[in-house]
Design a protein around this ligand. Structure first.
Ligand SMILES: [Fe+2]
Ligand SMILES: [Fe+2]
Length: 265
C-alpha cells in the first residue's frame, strides 16, 4: 500500500513570507500526479488554509479541480490550527464529523483502520484534544483494536526536541499518552504535520513521521527555549510504503530539478 501524506499547504490568496502557497501546492499536486498515481490514499493533515477564510478553501478546491487527480486520490482532510472549523465544514459538506461536531472520522481499508483527529481550538496555535474528543478516540480504538490502526492528526503528540521549547504541540500530551499506551499493540503509526519539519522516530513503541509544509519549511529547534525560524530549503510531502513487515517513509522534495534516471544497458 502506498499513502501520500502532505501537510500544511496554508492556502492564502496573497504571498506569505514572500512565498506563493497556492503555487507550491499546485506543484506538489502535479508532482503527485506525475509520480504517484498508483498511490492508494492521499491525506492532508491540516493547515489547509492560512487564515481559515472561505475564499482560501475555495482556492484549495479549485486547485484540486484543476489538477484533476484520479478519484481514488481525492484527499482526506483534517483541521489544523490555522483552519476554521465552520468554514471548513461549509466548504467540505461531505466530510464526516463526530456526534459533537468535531471533524473526526474513520476510514477502513481491509485490515487497516485510519483514524482522523481534530485538534483545533479556535484562536490557539497549540493543539487540543478535549475530553469529548478523547472519549470518541477511545471508543473507536476499542472497536478497531483487532485491526492495524493508523492515526492522523495535525499537532505533534510529543515534543520534537526539548519539552520547554515546544509550546505549540498538543496540550493534552499526558492524556493522549495514556490512550496510546492502552492501545499501543494496535497502533502502527502516527502521522502529523504542524511543525513544518521532517521528523520520524518512535514514541512509546509506536512509529511516527511528519513532512514539512508544501508552503514553508521551518527550521528544527534544538535549544531549550521556544524558537521558530524559516530557511530557504525545500518544502516536501511524504510517501509511505506499507507492507506486512515494514513501514517505509520517503520524503519527496517536489521542487527538485535536473532529475536524471540512469538508463540500464
Ligand atoms: Fe502549518
Ligand atoms: Fe499548524
Amino acid at each position: 500500500m502506498k499513502i501520500i501524506h502532505l501537510s500544511d499547504p496554508h492556502i492564502e490568496p496573497k504571498l506569505l513570507h514572500g512565498i506563493d502557497s497556492k503555487q507550491r501546492f499546485k506543484l506538489a499536486l502535479e508532482h503527485i500526479k506525475e509520480n504517484h498515481i498508483n498511490a492508494d490514499h492521499f491525506i492532508i493533515t491540516g493547515d489547509i488554509t492560512h487564515f481559515g477564510q472561505n475564499n482560501s478553501y475555495q482556492i484549495f478546491k479549485d486547485i484540486l479541480v484543476e489538477i484533476n487527480l484520479p478519484k481514488h486520490l481525492k484527499p482526506k482532510l483534517i483541521l489544523g490550527n490555522h483552519d476554521n472549523r465552520e468554514n471548513f465544514k461549509k466548504n467540505f459538506p461531505d466530510i464526516k464529523t463526530d456526534k459533537n461536531g468535531f471533524v473526526q472520522y474513520v476510514e477502513k481499508d481491509n485490515d487497516k483502520t485510519f483514524i482522523f483527529l481534530d485538534t483545533n481550538l479556535a484562536g490557539k496555535d497549540e493543539g487540543y484534544l478535549c475530553e469529548k474528543r478523547q472519549h470518541w478516540l477511545i471508543d473507536i480504538l476499542q472497536k478497531e483494536k483487532q485491526n492495524k490502526i493508523f492515526l492522523f492528526m495535525h499537532h505533534n503528540p510529543l515534543a520534537l526536541g526539548h519539552k520547554k521549547s515546544d509550546s505549540i504541540g498538543l496540550v493534552q500530551r499526558e492524556e493522549f499518552k495514556k490512550i496510546l499506551l492502552q492501545f499501543k499493540n494496535s497502533i502502527e503509526h502516527i502521522f502529523f504535520g504542524h511543525q513544518h519539519i521532517t521528523s520520524s522516530g518512535q514514541y512509546l513503541g509506536i512509529n511516527f513521521s511528519s513532512p514539512r509544509s508544501t508552503w514553508q519549511p521551518l527550521v528544527s529547534n534544538f535549544i531549550d527555549k521556544y524558537r521558530l525560524g524559516t530557511a530557504n530549503t525545500d518544502p516536501n510531502y511524504n510517501v509511505i510504503l506499507l507492507s506486512d513487515d515494514s513501514i517505509i517513509v520517503h520524503s519527496e522534495d517536489f521542487l527538485k530539478s535536473e532529475v536524471n534516471w540512469f538508463e540500464s544497458e
